[in-house]
Design a protein around this ligand. Structure first.
Ligand SMILES: Nc1nc2c(c(=O)[nH]1)N[C@H]1C(S)=C(S)[C@@H](COP(=O)(O)OP(=O)(O)OC[C@H]3O[C@@H](n4cnc5c(N)ncnc54)[C@H](O)[C@@H]3O)O[C@H]1N2
Ligand code: MOO
Ligand SMILES: [Mg+2]
Length: 421
């Protein structure tokens, strides 16, 4: 008699997995390698930015008080006593009706508190000495970029757990982080099981298929921020699978297998978990695809038995493995981001279980609109290519009509959700 499995709700399954979430480690990496990594500490301003008052224009630095009487009918003339570009500091003491020719980014000379743009000054020369005149007055601070206007020393600018983007790279450089504290990438072990599997380069043979799950999951692991340790594919052979899995667990933080988790005669994962003495958290989830997703816990490590069916495998990874990985990367919102969208087309299929429809989400007239990205069956590969989201269709219905407001989970987003269920 085939074992009868009791399905649990998706949210409950995710909660069970998350209750075993593992604490991540951190490391220092060179700023040149930090793009796309996750900060393991808050990013704090180590100085004011800029740390000196500077000119935001090419022009003349003046004492604004000297410009008080300047007008169209009464130009005021300044003697230009110094000339500096960015990176230079004038050590001249600027007196009444004196100015410094200054370029964008250069430190404001002592006593000067305003900058006249080059275009608004009329230059001249008397006996080899440069002069300039202006026809309007300036207030203290006009055209000055003040110390600390960009950031104040001690300010928390970016929170721990944020993915480093190009702007954060600029900040890190600004504050002198040659080495950046980031979360260590968890090592995710991966096996693909199935006697039917061929390598990518193999010719097709009767009854055999190319192993697509491995390459899909490797990309999903990388998208989640972790590192993959791929152990290869295994035929459906109990002893070989058991030994390979048992020894691989030692080398990784989490272990993913694809295939062999259902009730088939050659689906050995359930027996392998038993022999390993792993605590099976669940082996049936009230969802489609991925109902057979099985997750077990063994000595502080989590074993993800993802379905062999490609779409089920894909969904299982995103719902159950990704949040653990993001937690190890310190993300405060480790789950897929959930939003509301308009269902673009009818979805007539009845839903006994909650369905995660691989979908294409677009912004149309300022609204999120979602449509299936292809055929909605768990053995389908092609619908995955265009998927940037899952439409969540709760179970127990006869289908959904176009224009219904539905929940969607975003696959390419960096924000995430604290808890979307
Ligand atoms: N009697 C029952 N049969 C099945 C049930 C059930 O409840 N009762 N569940 C079905 C569901 S739902 C799914 S999903 C699949 C899950 O099967 P497994 O996870 O055990 O996976 P396999 O049997 O190994 O393979 C399923 C399918 O996927 C193909 N596959 C496997 N690995 C790969 C790979 N790396 N790349 C591409 N495709 C792969 C494999 O050839 C099979 O076609 O079970 C149903 N059956
Ligand atoms: O696990 Mo199966 O994908 O529910 O179709
Ligand atoms: Mg099977």
């Amino acid at each position: 008699m085939v074992e009868k499995r009791t399905p649990i709700q998706v949210g409950e399954a995710v909660k069970k997995v998350m209750s075993h979430s593992i604490c991540g480690k951190q490391e220092l990496v060179s700023i040149n390698e930090s793009y796309g990594r996750f900060l393991s500490e808050d990013l704090v301003a180590t100085s004011d930015v800029p740390h000196f008052n500077r000119s935001p224009y090419d022009g003349f630095a003046i004492r604004s008080v000297d410009s008080a009487e300047a007008s169209l009918s009464n130009p005021v003339e300044f003697e230009v006593v110094d000339h500096i570009g960015a990176g230079y500091v004038s050590n001249k003491e600027i007196g009444e009706f004196q100015a410094v020719r200054i370029m964008t980014g250069a430190q404001m000379p002592m006593n000067c508190d305003a900058v006249v743009m080059l275009e608004l000054a009329k230059t001249s020369e008397k006996n080899g000495q440069p002069y300039m005149s202006i026809k309007r007055s300036y207030k203290p601070g006009d055209n000055v970029s003040f110390a600390g206007e960009d950031a104040k020393k001690g300010e928390v600018l970016v929170k721990r757990g944020t993915k480093i983007n190009p702007g954060i790279q600029a900040m890190l450089a600004t504050f002198g982080y040659k080495e950046v504290p980031v979360a260590k990438k968890p090592i995710i072990g991966l096996f693909a099981t199935g006697t039917e599997l061929l390598e990518v380069e193999d010719e097709l043979q009767p009854g055999k298929i190319r192993n697509s799950n491995t390459h899909m999951i490797i990309a999903q692991i990388e998208r989640s921020g972790a590192e993959v340790k791929y152990f290869g594919k295994l035929p459906d052979d109990f002893e070989l699978c058991y030994e390979s899995i048992e020894s691989a667990i030692e080398e990784v933080d989490l272990l993913i297998t694809t295939g062999g988790v259902s009730v088939g005669d050659f689906d050995y994962l359930p027996q392998i978990y038993k022999k390993l003495g792993a605590d099976v958290l669940f082996n049936k989830v009230a969802m489609r695809p991925g109902s057979v997703t099985t997750v077990a816990h063994l000595d502080g490590k989590i074993l993800f038995g993802l379905s062999g069916n490609p779409s089920a495998c894909y969904v299982g990874f995103e719902l159950f493995a990704r949040p653990i990985i993001r937690t190890m990367l310190n993300c405060p919102k480790p789950h897929l981001r959930r939003e509301k969208a308009v269902l673009e087309v009818d979805f007539p299929k009845a839903n006994p279980f909650t369905r995660f429809v691989r979908s294409k989400l677009t912004i149309t007239d300022g609204k999120l609109v979602a449509a299936p990205s292809g055929v909605d069956k768990s053995n389908i590969v092609m619908s995955l290519a265009g998927a940037n989201s899952f439409i969540i269709l709760p179970g127990g219905t006869r289908g959904y009509e176009a224009h219904t407001i539905v929940d969607v989970l975003l696959l390419e987003d960096h924000e995430g959700s604290e808890w979307p269920w």
